[in-house]
Design a protein around this ligand. Structure first.
Ligand code: TRP
Length: 467
C-alpha cells in the first residue's frame, strides 16, 4: 500500500531534516515583515494574544493533520488525499481541498516573490552604503522610490522566482538541507543581535509594552487577521507542510516534531517584534506604519548605528534566505503533483509553474505603481464593482490576492485537512502516525484536530463573510 513506500520524489534523512525544512517554510517574511506590521496595525498586545491562541488551538492541530496525511499518503497532497480517501471508503473528491490549496500556494508565491525581491534590492542598497546616516524621511523616500519603479521591482521579482525555481528543479532533498543548516541559526543569531541593539535604544520598555499590553477594546478588529496570519506563518492550509510530511521517515513521532516547528516559528516572530518596535519608537515613528515597517524602519536603525552597514547587509541577506526557504515550499506541492500526473521531468514542470507564478506576480508589481488606482472588489454606494479605477474602497491587486489567500483559501484548506485527518482517517491510522504514547495527550491532540480547530476556523470564517 502507498503508506509503506517512500515517495518517488525522495525522503528526508531524519526527522530533523523535516524540522529544518518545515521551520524553513514557516519562518519567513510572515515572521519578520508581516507579524510586526500587523501587530502595529491591529493594536499591539491584543493582537499578539489572539495570535498565540490561534497558533495553539488551530494552527498546530492543522499542522499535525497535514503532516500525518502527507506521511501516510506518501505522494503530492492531491494524490495523497485521493488515495487515502479511497482507502478509507470516502469520496475521492476530498482531494479537491488539496487542489485548492495547491492553487492558493502558487498565488501566495506570486506576491511573496515580489516582496522577497525588495529584500534583494536592500542587500544592494546596504552594501553600497545608501542608508548610512539616513533620516526617517530619506528612508521613506528610498522605499517609495523602489516600489514606484516597475522595472526595478520586475528585476528583483524575476531573480527571486528564478532562484526559487532553481532549487526546486534540483530537488528539495539534495539542495536544501546543507544551506538551511547554516542559514537558519544565523538568522536567529542576527535577530538576537538586533534585539540586543534595541535594548540600547532606551525605548525597549516602550516596545515591549506595545507588543504585550492587552487592550480588550482592540480585540474584535484583529481576530480575523490573527487567524489568517496563524495559517500564513505556519504555512498551513495549502499542502506545503503536507508535501514535506510525505518525505518524512516512517518512524519519527509527528507529535513532538510538529510542536517543535510551531514553537520555533512563534519564537522567531516574537523576537522580530521585540527587536523591531523599540527601534521604531527610538526613531520617532509610529508602529502602525503598515507594510513599509521593515523596509523603512530597519534601514534607519542600521544607518545610524556602529557597524550598521555590515549588519544591515547581513540582515537583508538572511531575510532573503528565510523567504527563499519558504518560497520553495509553496512551489513543491504543485511540482510534485504535476510530476506524478504527467511523468515529465521536475525541471520542465518547475519551469512552467514558476513562469505562471511570475506572470501573476506582475500584477502585484504593478499594483504598487501603474495600477495603484486599480481597485478590485469595490462595495460602493452604487453597488458592487469587480474592478474600478480610483475612488474609495476596494483593494489593489496585491491586497486582493493577499486577502483571498490569507482570509479565505487558507482557512478553507485548513478546515478540510483537519476534518479529513480527524473524521475520514481511522482513529488507529491517526494514532499510528502521530505516535503520541500518552493516551491523554493523544486524545487531546485528536480532539483539537477533530473539534476545536474546525470550530475555530468556522467561527472566524463566518464572521469574516458576514462582515
Ligand atoms: N510561512 C511563511 C512565512 O511566514 C510563508 C509560507 C510558506 C506560506 N509556505 C506557505 C504561507 C504556505 C502560506 C502557505 O513567511
Amino acid at each position: 500500500m502507498a503508506s509503506d513506500n517512500v515517495s518517488i520524489h525522495g525522503a528526508w534523512a531524519s526527522r530533523w531534516v523535516f524540522i529544518l525544512a518545515a521551520t524553513g517554510s514557516a519562518v519567513g517574511l510572515g515572521n519578520i515583515w508581516k507579524f510586526p506590521y500587523m501587530t502595529g496595525v491591529y493594536g499591539g498586545g491584543a493582537f499578539v494574544v489572539m495570535y498565540l491562541f490561534c497558533i495553539a488551538l488551530v494552527g498546530v492541530p492543522i499542522m499535525l493533520a497535514e503532516t500525518l496525511i502527507g506521511r501516510r499518503g506518501r505522494q503530492s497532497p492531491v494524490n495523497a488525499m485521493k488515495s487515502l480517501a479511497i482507502e478509507a471508503g470516502a469520496s475521492k473528491h476530498w482531494s479537491l481541498a488539496a487542489l485548492m490549496g495547491m492553487v492558493a500556494a502558487l498565488l501566495i508565491l506570486s506576491f511573496y516573490s515580489v516582496v522577497a525581491g525588495w529584500s534583494l534590492d536592500y542587500i544592494i542598497g546596504m552594501g553600497r552604503g545608501d542608508f548610512t546616516g539616513i533620516s526617517a524621511d530619506g528612508a521613506g523616500a528610498a522605499f517609495g522610490g523602489l516600489t514606484s519603479d516597475p522595472w526595478r521591482l520586475t528585476l528583483w521579482h524575476s531573480l527571486f522566482m528564478l532562484i526559487t525555481a532553481f532549487v526546486i528543479a534540483k530537488g528539495v532533498v539534495a539542495g536544501l538541507e546543507r544551506s538551511l543548516r547554516i542559514m537558519m541559526p544565523l538568522l536567529f543569531v542576527l535577530l538576537l543581535v538586533l534585539l540586543g541593539y534595541s535594548f540600547t535604544t532606551g525605548h525597549f520598555r516602550e516596545g515591549f509594552d506595545f507588543l504585550f499590553h492587552f487592550d480588550p477594546s482592540k480585540v474584535q478588529g484583529g481576530i480575523l487577521a490573527a487567524m489568517g496570519h496563524a495559517f500564513f506563518t505556519l504555512s498551513v492550509g495549502v499542502g506545503s507542510i503536507m508535501v514535506y510530511g510525505a518525505y518524512m521517515p516512517k518512524k519519527a513521532s509527528i507529535g513532538a516534531t510538529v510542536l517543535t516547528v510551531g514553537v520555533l516559528d512563534t519564537l522567531v516572530a516574537l523576537t522580530a517584534g521585540l527587536a523591531l518596535f523599540p527601534i521604531v519608537f527610538a526613531a520617532g515613528l509610529e508602529p502602525g506604519g503598515g507594510p513599509g515597517l521593515m523596509f523603512v524602519t530597519l534601514p534607519i536603525a542600521f544607518g545610524n548605528i556602529a557597524f550598521g552597514q555590515v549588519m544591515g547587509l547581513i540582515f537583508f541577506v538572511l531575510v532573503a534566505v528565510a523567504a527563499w526557504s519558504s518560497s520553495i515550499s509553496m512551489l513543491e506541492p504543485a511540482v510534485a503533483y504535476f510530476v506524478e500526473k504527467t511523468g515529465r521531468s521536475r525541471s520542465q514542470v518547475t519551469a512552467v509553474l514558476a513562469l505562471l507564478c511570475w506572470l501573476v506576480g506582475m500584477g502585484t508589481v504593478l499594483s504598487f505603481n501603474l495600477w495603484a488606482e486599480a481597485k478590485f472588489f469595490v462595495f460602493a454606494d452604487d453597488g458592487f464593482h469587480l474592478l474600478q479605477w480610483g475612488g474609495e474602497g476596494g483593494k489593489t491587486f496585491f491586497d486582493s490576492i493577499d486577502y483571498l489567500t490569507s482570509r479565505i483559501l487558507l482557512p478553507l484548506g485548513g478546515l478540510s485537512f483537519a476534518m479529513f485527518a480527524g473524521w475520514v482517517l481511522s482513529r488507529d491510522a491517526v494514532r499510528e502516525e502521530l505516535s503520541i504514547r500518552n493516551p491523554l495527550l493523544f486524545n487531546l491532540a485528536l480532539w483539537l484536530i477533530r473539534v476545536v480547530a474546525p470550530i475555530g476556523v468556522l467561527i472566524v470564517f463566518i464572521a469574516e463573510l458576514s462582515k
